[in-house]
Design a protein around this ligand. Structure first.
Ligand code: FE2
Length: 423
C-alpha cells in the first residue's frame, strides 16, 4: 500500500469557471493550495471526496453585512413599523449594552452559519457611533480569530452620521487608526444635505490619507432627491479611486426620474465604482411610506449590469432590528434579486450568481487571491447542482466547504421520497 500523494483529492466534479464554462475534473489539494486540476488524477489523497458531477464553485462572497447587530432580533423590542428609521432607533437602545463578549459571540456564530453555507469572504460594517468603539474592537478581534477559515473585512460605519453628534468625527478617525479595512459613511442620514456632501469628501480624504477602501451606505431611502451617489461618483472620478470604492444600497436610484438616472449612468460608467444591492432588506425596508403603487426600493441592478458595472450582493442583516429573518444563505439573496430586479432571462439568472461570487471578489478587492486555479489558495464549495441556474432555482445544498485546503463543513443533501402508491 502506498501513502497518499496529496492531502485531498476531489473526484469528478463539474468545475465552474468565470463566464460559466464548466468542465468535469479531479482537483488535488496540497498544503492549502490547489496542486492539480485535470480530467483524471491517478495519485490518491489522504481525503478523497467523490463529487458525482456536482458543481464546484469558488466560495460565495458576502459583500455587505452588519455582524455587530446580527442575532439581536427582538432586543430590546421588535421593529413594528418595519422601517429603516425605527430600526436605527431600536439599535441605538440595544447598543447601550454592547460588550466585547456579546458582539464576538454573535459575530462568530453568524460567520459559522455563513461558512457552512459556502461563504468564505465577508465584508462587515461595524457601528462606530457608539461611545467606546466596542463593536469595532470586537469585530477586529473576530477578524483575527477566524482568519484560518474566513476572510473578514471590517468597515468603520458611522451609523448616526459623521457629523450627527460632536464626538462622531473623532470616533471615526480613531476607528480608522485602529486598523479597519474599509471606511464607511451614511450621507443620506447626516443632519443636512451639506453635511452629507461634506461627509463624502471627508471619507475620500481619509481613504487617501490612510490607504483604505471605501464602502458608503448611499441613498438608502426612497427619496428621489437623495442624490449622494453623484457626489461619490464625482469624488471617484477626480481621485481615480473607482475600483476601491463601493456604493451600497443606492435604493433611491430606483426612484429617480429616467432623465436624471440616464445622465447619472454615464457618470457611473466613468467612475467605475462597485455597487452592492441588498435585495432581502431593500424589498422589506423600502416602500414603507408608499400606498399603491408601492415601489420595490431596489437600486437599478439590471441597468447597472447592462452597463458593465460591477454589482455584488449582501444579506445586510441576519435576525436584527432591521430584518428579523435570514440564515446567512447567499442563494436566498440571489433568489430574491432574480425576482425583484426581474432578471429572469437565462443570461440574467447566471449573472445574478456571478454577483455573489466573482463580482463580490471584485468589490472586496480580493484580486488574485480569489478563484479556482493551480497555485491559488484551495477555497471552494461543492453544490448539489449541475450549473448556476439549477443552483439558484433549487437554492442548492452546499455539500462541502473547503477553506485553505481544509474541509470545514459538510451538509447532507436532503432526499425526497414519494410514499403514495401510484394507481
Ligand atoms: Fe447596511
Amino acid at each position: 500500500m502506498t501513502s497518499a500523494s496529496y492531502g485531498m483529492v476531489l473526484r469528478q466534479g463539474r468545475l465552474l469557471q468565470p463566464g460559466g464554462t464548466i468542465e468535469t475534473v479531479d482537483i488535488a489539494i496540497e498544503a492549502g493550495k490547489i496542486a492539480v486540476i485535470a480530467p483524471r488524477i491517478e495519485a490518491s489523497g489522504a481525503l478523497e471526496l467523490a463529487l458525482n458531477d456536482q458543481l464546484i464553485s469558488p466560495p460565495f462572497v458576502e459583500s455587505h453585512i452588519h455582524l455587530d447587530s446580527a442575532l439581536t432580533a427582538g432586543e430590546p423590542r421588535w421593529n413594528q413599523s418595519g422601517t429603516l428609521f425605527e430600526g436605527i432607533e431600536i439599535w441605538r437602545e440595544r447598543k447601550q449594552n454592547l460588550s466585547l463578549a456579546d458582539v464576538k459571540m454573535r459575530a462568530i456564530e453568524t460567520l459559522k452559519q455563513q461558512a457552512m453555507q459556502g461563504v468564505l469572504y465577508v465584508r462587515s460594517h461595524a457601528d462606530v457611533s457608539e461611545k467606546n468603539l466596542v463593536a469595532l474592537q470586537a469585530l477586529l478581534e473576530v477578524r483575527e480569530q477566524v482568519k484560518d477559515w474566513m476572510t473578514l473585512q471590517v468597515v468603520a460605519f458611522p451609523q448616526d452620521g459623521i457629523y450627527g453628534s460632536t464626538q462622531n468625527r473623532a470616533l471615526m478617525e480613531e476607528a480608522i487608526q485602529l486598523g479597519v479595512d474599509v471606511i464607511g459613511g451614511i450621507p443620506h442620514y447626516e443632519l443636512t444635505r451639506e453635511d452629507g456632501v461634506q461627509s463624502v469628501h471627508q471619507i475620500f480624504e481619509w481613504a487617501q490619507q490612510y490607504d483604505r477602501l471605501i464602502d458608503i451606505h448611499c441613498d438608502e431611502i426612497d427619496d428621489d432627491h437623495s442624490r449622494f451617489l453623484e457626489v461619490v461618483a464625482a469624488c471617484a472620478i477626480r481621485s481615480e479611486m473607482g475600483s476601491r470604492v463601493t456604493a451600497s444600497h443606492t435604493t433611491a436610484f430606483g426612484s429617480y426620474n429616467n432623465a436624471y438616472a440616464n445622465k447619472l449612468l454615464g457618470f457611473l460608467r466613468r467612475a467605475q465604482i462597485n455597487f452592492v444591492a441588498n435585495p432581502l432588506i431593500n424589498i422589506t425596508l423600502q416602500g414603507r411610506t408608499d400606498t399603491y403603487p408601492k415601489r420595490r426600493g431596489l437600486t437599478r441592478v439590471k441597468e447597472l449590469w447592462q452597463q458593465g458595472l460591477n454589482v455584488s450582493l449582501g444579506h445586510d442583516c441576519v435576525q436584527d432590528c432591521w430584518y428579523s429573518l435570514g440564515t446567512g444563505n447567499m442563494l436566498d439573496v440571489v433568489f430574491m434579486l432574480v425576482h425583484v430586479a426581474q432578471m429572469t432571462g437565462i443570461n440574467e439568472i447566471n449573472a445574478c450568481y456571478d454577483m455573489v461570487t466573482w463580482n463580490g471578489a471584485k468589490t472586496l478587492n480580493l484580486s488574485d487571491h480569489y478563484g479556482i486555479a493551480v497555485g491559488k489558495p484551495a477555497n471552494l464549495i461543492v453544490l448539489n447542482a449541475t450549473d448556476r441556474y439549477e443552483a439558484i432555482r433549487c437554492r442548492a445544498t452546499i455539500q462541502y466547504v473547503i477553506s485553505q485546503g481544509n474541509l470545514i463543513a459538510s451538509t447532507n443533501v436532503p432526499v425526497m421520497q414519494w410514499r403514495h402508491e401510484l394507481k
